[in-house]
Design a protein around this ligand. Sequence first.
Ligand code: 13P
Ligand code: SF4
Length: 301
Amino acid sequence: WAVFAEDVDAILALKRERNAVVLAHNYQTPEIFHGVADIVGDSLLLAREATKVDADIIVLAGVHFMAETAKLLNPEKTVLIPDLGAGCSLAESITAEDVQLMRQRYPGVPVVTYVNTSAAVKAASDICCTSGNALKVVESLGAERVIMLPDEYLAQNIASQTNVKIIAWKGHCEVHELFTASDVRQLRENHPDVTILAHPECPPEVVAEADFSGSTAAMSDFVGKQRPPRVVLLTECSMSDNVAVLHPDIEFIRPCNLCPHMKRITLKNIRDALEAGRHEVTIDPAIAAPARRAVERMLAL
Ligand code: 13P
Ligand code: SF4
């Protein structure tokens, strides 16, 4: 921790001076997650909490779509992302034009869009969802069929839990698509008593062989409540690091994959963001209004 002390102290002072808060996703490194964040959580919690912030500046320690969501919910506040290159393979997999083509192909079928998308894609959708509420959102529409974009595996994992027919897109998370069912079997062979948790962005055959699947917050809750002696979180690497700090008595076995986008955020660029007021997230007002509606409709559920 000593190597981080100077940046952590500077960030804490800057937050006070500038009346700023740091919202950090569960995939941020421990020095950010435990050292400087005011609010930590999954995408759903970060969106919910963003509606309650009364600071002037929000620094989003996470990826660009998360900062855009915070800005949609706080049009009057300054929202900063420390590195503009912090993207997401799911957000890259679809455009607003693609959503319109899906609507033409399936007229009248509602469009549920994962929050891991650009504001323009959200604006072309009826409602957003996160991995924490996707089933609830899909079933809330009272429709026989729903278009669910852009994560094919999340869509398939939700389809296995509902009678609603799901029409999917071909987007994948570059981190979670790497886990395989044979990884799960190997883990069980090597550690017979292990409890395996998988994020729903993992392929369906991985989720089927896991003991539990849920959002990053749901995985963290599961560990805290069930207290398995040995656990594997099939997700991004920092997740285990952050949860393990809270539960020193639990053994975390760590096959994990790094998200290169999440890892672009560092203490150094959070400090720079606060010092220089960069990089400010802006959204075209013509896109922001319908995108906000899709996010707010989700939050109202
Ligand atoms: P959560 O909403 O579960 O935190 O997931 C966000 C994400 O980017 C997972 O890859
Ligand atoms: Fe996107 Fe996957 Fe990274 Fe999450 S882990 S931000 S879904 S690329």
